[in-house]
Design a protein around this ligand. Structure first.
Ligand SMILES: NC(=O)c1ccc[n+]([C@@H]2O[C@H](COP(=O)([O-])OP(=O)(O)OC[C@H]3O[C@@H](n4cnc5c(N)ncnc54)[C@H](O)[C@@H]3O)[C@@H](O)[C@H]2O)c1
Length: 356
C-alpha cells in the first residue's frame, strides 16, 4: 500500500486521518513537534496502530529533507490553529513562522518530489468585517442570516465570497499559504487540493478555550465548570456549523484516492468543507444539548464585548465539494456532541488535565 506523510499528524485532524488510513491498510508516516498539549496521547494511539513517527518541526526544512522519498501524498495539518494567536502580545512572528513558513517548507518538500498535497485551510480566510456587516435576525436561541452579503446565502458562505476585508492574522496566514500552494500547483504542475474547513469537532480534539470551542463546551459540562457567552449581546446566540471529524476523514480518504487516480484534475482547487446548515447551532443551543447529554447544568456568565475577529454567524456552503468527491456530511451537531461526551467519559482521568 502507498505511504502517506502527515505533518502535524499528532493533532486532532492529522491523527484522525492517520488512524483511518492505517485501518484502510495505508502506511503512514507522521511528523509533529508535539507542541499541542495532549498531542502525545494521539501519538501513543498511532504508534500502537503501526504509524512511523518523527519528532520534527515543519519550520526546519532540513528535518523534512531527511524523510525518504517514497510517499504518494502529503497531508499538511501542522499549524497553530487558533484565530486568537497573534491577536495580542508578541505571537505574530511565531504564528506566521508555523502557519506560513512551515506550510511553505512542506509544499517545497512535496514539489521537489512531485508528491500531491492536501492542505487544510480555514473558513477564517473569509473576512469577518464583511460577515458581521450582513443582515441577521435574532430568534430566542440564535442569529439567522437574512441577506446583504455577496457570496453568502441562507445555505451558508460559499467559496465565491469576496476576500477583500479584514480576517485576523491567523486567517491571513492560511490565505497566504493557500495562494502559495496554488502557485506551486499552477506553475509547477503539483497536484493539490485545498480544504477550507469550518468548525471541525469530535473525539481526540485536545480543545482549549481559544480553539475547539464545542469540545471545550462539552468538557466544561462534563467536568461541571462554568462557561461564558462572549460578544454579540452576551447571549450565546452566535452560530457555527459543526463538521464531525469522521465526516471530514471520509472526505479526505476520497481526496487521497482522487489524487492517485486523476492527479491532473487538481491544481490547487479550493473546496469548502463544513457541516452545512443542517448541523448548525448556537452556543446557547450547544449548552442545552450538553446539559442533556451530561446531566450537568453549569453557570453561563455574559460578556458583552466580542473577542478579536469573532463572527456572528458562520455556516458552510459546501458548494461543489460534494459533487466532485461524492461526499456529504452525514452527522448532525447533536451526534458530534454525543460522540465527544462519550469519548470524554471513557477517558476522563487522562483528559481532565488537558481539556479544562
Ligand atoms: N480543528 C478545526 O476546527 C479546524 C478548522 C479549520 C481549519 N483547521 C486547520 O486544520 C489543520 C489541523 O488543525 P487541528 O485542529 O488538527 O489542530 P491541532 O492543533 O490539533 O493539530 C496541529 C498539530 O500540529 C503540530 N504542530 C504545530 N506546529 C508544528 C510545527 N511547526 N511542526 C510540526 N508540527 C507542528 C501540533 O503539535 C499539533 O499536533 C490546521 O491547519 C488548522 O488550521 C482546523
Amino acid at each position: 500500500m502507498p505511504r502517506i506523510l502527515i505533518t502535524g499528524g499528532c493533532g486532532f485532524i492529522g491523527s484522525s486521518l492517520a488512524s483511518e488510513l492505517l485501518c484502510l491498510g495505508y502506511q503512514v508516516t507522521v511528523i509533529d513537534n508535539l507542541s499541542r498539549r495532549g498531542s502525545e496521547l494521539n501519538l501513543s494511539r498511532l504508534l500502537a496502530m503501526g504509524a512511523e513517527f518523527h519528532k520534527s518541526d515543519t519550520c526546519d526544512p532540513e528535518a523534512l529533507d531527511k524523510l525518504n522519498d517514497s510517499f504518494s501524498c502529503l497531508i499538511e495539518c501542522s499549524a497553530e490553529p487558533s484565530v486568537l494567536s497573534g491577536a495580542v502580545g508578541d505571537g505574530a512572528r511565531s504564528l506566521l513562522n508555523v502557519n506560513l513558513m512551515g506550510a511553505v517548507n512542506s509544499f517545497e518538500w512535496a514539489r521537489r518530489r512531485s508528491v500531491p498535497v492536501i492542505f487544510f485551510s480555514s473558513s477564517r480566510v473569509y473576512p469577518y468585517d464583511r460577515l458581521n456587516a450582513c443582515h441577521y435576525r435574532e430568534t430566542e436561541t440564535r442569529f439567522e442570516f437574512v441577506d446583504g452579503c455577496s457570496g453568502v446565502t441562507q445555505a451558508g458562505v460559499s467559496v465565491s465570497m469576496p476576500l477583500d476585508g479584514v480576517r485576523s492574522l491567523y486567517g491571513a496566514s492560511k490565505l497566504s499559504a493557500e495562494l502559495i500552494l496554488r502557485e506551486y500547483a499552477l506553475q509547477y504542475g503539483l497536484p493539490a487540493i485545498i480544504n477550507r474547513c469550518g468548525v471541525v469537532a469530535g473525539p481526540w480534539q485536545m480543545a482549549r478555550e481559544d480553539q475547539g470551542v464545542f469540545t471545550f463546551w462539552a468538557a466544561r459540562h462534563y467536568f461541571r465548570l462554568p462557561l461564558q457567552y462572549i460578544g454579540f449581546g452576551g447571549n450565546g446566540h452566535q452560530v457555527r456549523d459543526l463538521l464531525h471529524i469522521q465526516d471530514l476523514v471520509d472526505l479526505v480518504v476520497r481526496q487521497v484516492a482522487a489524487l492517485r487516480d486523476r492527479p491532473s484534475d487538481f491544481r490547487g482547487d479550493i473546496y469548502n468543507a463544513g457541516g452545512s446548515i443542517r448541523s448548525s447551532l448556537s452556543l446557547r443551543e450547544a449548552t442545552e444539548i450538553c446539559r442533556r447529554l451530561t446531566g450537568h447544568e453549569v453557570s453561563t456568565a455574559s460578556r458583552i464585548e466580542a473577542r478579536p475577529s469573532d463572527v456572528i454567524w458562520y455556516v458552510t456552503d459546501n458548494g461543489p465539494t460534494g459533487k466532485v468527491f461524492g461526499w456529504e456530511p452525514k452527522r448532525s451537531a447533536e451526534v458530534v456532541l454525543q460522540d465527544i461526551v462519550a469519548w470524554i467519559k471513557d477517558n476522563a482521568s487522562l483528559l481532565k488535565e488537558i481539556l479544562v
